[in-house]
Design a protein around this ligand. Structure first.
Ligand SMILES: Nc1nc2c([nH]c(=O)n2[C@@H]2O[C@H](COP(=O)(O)OP(=O)(O)OP(=O)(O)O)[C@@H](O)[C@H]2O)c(=O)[nH]1
Ligand SMILES: [Mg+2]
Length: 317
């Protein structure tokens, strides 16, 4: 059965068309349309009788003259901050017949994934650009274990394919956490991964690594980080998300989606609550709280960049 079209959000389907080199097609919106001149993923409004895939096939035929052969769901973004609330359902399309031609757009560009964010995109597209270019998992180190075990576990995470690791060691003082980060950074860089220091602004500035701000730190001015140093932030509600957006963070971690043993007192958002908050921000958002890798598909269906977890990802017993 087709997902119902609701009056509250306009249902829009769009395609991240990829070529053999993994580049993604962006299309520049016509000067006569809403969002004129911005670069978007080709697609358009789903009609009442259509499934998302039927709408995608029709739109890509009309706009690019191609036939879609297969499409995988990438991310479905509820977004309420524009002129009209939309649900932007983005599919990854790597198999299609024909060569895309700009039948309705001003121009087409094949873009390296890392360069997507440099294009002026509609606000709702930012989470899709991040879904195409940034890790879908953030691993957070568990508390209460000695520094050598944290180091061993982080190496295990890198070997298991994790590329975004938050070093969170409340059991160590700030200087010991910083020392541990400094020792781990050569390995982190060898794996082309990113390490985020939890809460230690000065440490991240000095070491040149990433930083994860606690929600209580969101009132401060933006830390002095270079463009390659990822800035992330813990958020629990709308006010946190607004502050994180004002600090121009690269991503946030939002939860708890499910109730967890580590934070038993905190009310869980559930996926519906998560999506409501997601719709009020254009930031890439990792969902956290009682989640594991099996929840990635559900997370993406609710507009998340992916899943952040402690125990579910930790490779040591
Ligand atoms: N196709 C597309 N639309 C997007 C994206 N991001 C985004 O906010 N939108 C918004 O979604 C809405 C519908 O898109 P559209 O203008 O392509 O619709 P359409 O192809 O059916 O065109 P039409 O209005 O001429 O019939 C527009 O308000 C558009 O700005 C995106 O990446 N791709
Ligand atoms: Mg369109």
């Amino acid at each position: 059965m087709n997902a119902p079209l609701t009056a509250s959000r306009l249902s829009v389907v769009a395609a991240a068309l990829t070529d053999a080199d993994g580049r993604v097609l962006l299309a520049q919106r016509p000067s006569t349309h809403h969002h004129a001149g911005l670069w978007e993923f080709p697609g358009g409004k789903r009609e009442q009788h259509e499934s998302p895939l039927q709408a995608l096939r029709r739109e890509l035929h009309e706009e690019l003259g191609i036939e879609v052969q297969s499409a995988e769901p990438l991310i479905c973004i509820p977004f309420d901050l524009g002129q009209r609330p939309i649900e932007l359902d983005v599919y990854q399309v790597s198999r299609f017949a024909g060569v895309p031609v700009a039948l309705e757009h001003q121009a087409l560009h094949w873009v390296e994934r890392r360069a997507l964010a440099q294009y002026p995109l509609p606000q709702a597209d930012r989470p899709a650009a991040a879904a195409l270019s940034r890790p879908d998992r953030m691993a957070v180190t568990p508390e209460g274990i000695a520094a050598p075990s944290v180091a061993e576990g982080v190496i295990g995470l890198l070997r298991a394919g994790h590329r975004l690791i938050q070093l969170r060691c409340p059991q160590l003082d700030a200087s010991a956490q910083r020392e541990l980060a400094a020792a781990l950074l050569p390995d982190v860089r060898k794996f082309a991964a990113d390490l985020l220091l939890n809460g230690d602004i000065e440490g991240a500035e000095r070491l040149g690594c990433g930083l994860h701000l606690r929600s209580a730190q969101l009132q401060q001015t933006r830390p002095r980080l270079a463009s390659g140093q990822i800035l992330s932030a813990a958020c629990h509600d709308l006010a946190d998300l607004a502050r994180a957006e004002a600090l121009r963070v690269d991503c946030v971690v939002l939860g708890a989606v499910m109730s967890t043993a580590t934070h038993p007192g905190r009310a869980a958002l559930g996926w519906a609550g998560f999506a409501q908050l997601r719709a009020c921000s254009s930031l890439p958002i990792y969902a956290i709280g009682g989640l594991c890798a099996d929840d990635l598909t559900t997370a993406r269906r609710h507009g998340a960049q992916g899943v952040a977890a402690i125990r579910a990802f930790w490779p040591l017993p």
